[in-house]
Design a protein around this ligand. Structure first.
Ligand code: NDP
Length: 348
């Protein structure tokens, strides 16, 4: 199958790319710059030579029509996986740096497909738990988040905090996608599935270039901070509102399965891909148990108290049984995910 994967340089996308190529699919992936393209080609010399892998440049997904050229050049793609979207908190202007690329990138790829690639039958978009969560309910034990929950955040909230701005970018982008296929330009042209992961941990895939541990993707940053001794020095950070997680390889697997392997049963669905709950204290305990060389940088039990999971009566409930049924796979556990993430970070 010929697949278009946006944002191929990303943490999650690099795993999707690896899984697609190892299953023998033909992949066109987009990145922002020629140096990133060259690194991905170098990681897959055989597939680049055979034409199984094409890396194209789309420099700014916030621009209208950003994807037109690549989609028109590959009008025979059958499946599109759209992962590219900013995930960091280093912005000054949330509208310009987060909302525009997230929303315009999403509507831009969908619009390009309707105009240039009539053979696309399914589009999978990487959304997030950020589009499910409701900040007012995270400490409410009587509230259960599921596949049908929606974050009520609006554009008016984007200056509240960096986390809120990021959550708004994912919520507004996902809403725009559903509007596009349910009532907009894309009605009846292809079907849509979204993948909504919470915090994603795990190893870096071979095509993801990261220059130093400090440049690791946002969701693995806390593991870098831990192994660099920052928790020991500054205290174990609170786990935060998002106390659920999933391994990057399972997130990638969900994209591949939803895009290429499952049928009607997933069309129009949001897949809430969650392995389980975690806390920063638990991550630290895994590192201490499995990496004797880091024992000295892991805070002692007293020092881990600030990073425990909030008590039962101060945390939300979640239920992703519908997604588990649809995907039907075993989920990677926290210990394996953290150990593999630490191994990758050590290699940097
Ligand atoms: P990365 O930061 O590694 O990947 C983000 C990808 O989007 C990169 O390919 C990046 O390109 C691209 N991108 C970001 N901003 C722009 C822009 N303005 N123009 C063009 N491309 C851009 O993070 P992840 O792999 O974790 O994120 C991938 C997707 O998964 C995102 O949609 C994110 O919202 C979502 N997600 C991630 C979660 C997590 O915990 N990791 C949880 C839930 C959802 P470049 O490499 O050039 O920066």
């Amino acid at each position: 199958t010929k697949v278009l994967l946006t944002g191929g340089s990303g943490f999650i996308a690099a795993h999707i790319l690896d899984q697609l190529l190892s299953k023998g699919h033909t992949v066109v992936t987009t990145v922002r710059s020629e140096d990133k393209a060259a690194r991905i080609r170098a990681a897959y010399p055989e597939q680049s030579a055979s034409g199984a892998l094409t890396v194209a440049i789309v420099s700014d997904i916030a621009q209208p029509n950003a994807f037109d050229e690549v989609v028109a050049a590959h009008s025979d793609v059958e499946v599109v996986l759209h992962t590219a979207s900013p995930f960091h908190f280093k912005f000054k202007d949330p509208q310009k740096e987060l909302i525009s690329p997230a929303v315009n990138g999403t509507t831009g790829i969908l619009s390009a497909i309707t105009r240039f690639a009539p053979s696309v039958r399914r589009v999978v978009i990487t959304s997030s738990f950020a589009a499910i969560i409701d900040e007012a309910k995270v400490t409410d034990p009587s509230h259960t988040f599921t596949e049908v929950s929606w974050n009520p955040v609006t554009l008016a909230d984007i200056h509240n905090s960096p986390a809120t701005a990021y959550r708004a970018s994912k919520t507004l982008a996902e809403k725009a996608a559903w509007d596009f296929v349910n009532s907009g330009e894309g009605k009846g042209k292809f079907d849509l599935v979204t993948i909504n992961p919470p915090m994603v941990f795990g190893p870096l895939a071979k095509a993801q270039y990261v220059s130093s541990p400090e440049a690791v993707n946002t969701s693995n940053e806390r593991i870098v901070d831990l192994v660099k001794g920052r928790w020991k020095t500054n205290g174990t950070p609170a786990t935060g509102a998002a106390i659920i997680w999933v391994d990057v390889r399972d997130v990638a697997r969900a994209h591949v399965k939803a895009g290429l392997e499952l049928g009607e049963e997933v069309s129009g669905k949001r897949l809430f891909v969650v392995s389980g709950e975690f806390s920063n204290a638990e991550i630290a305990r895994v590192v201490k148990k499995r990496f004797p060389e880091f024992e000295g940088v892991v805070p002692d039990e007293e020092g881990l108290k600030t990073g425990e999971i909030p008590p039962e009566d101060k945390r939300f409930r979640w239920d992703n049984s519908a997604t588990r049924r649809l995907l039907g796979f075993e989920w990677i556990g926290l210990e394996e995910s953290i150990v593999d993430a630490v191994e990758s970070i050590k290699a940097l």
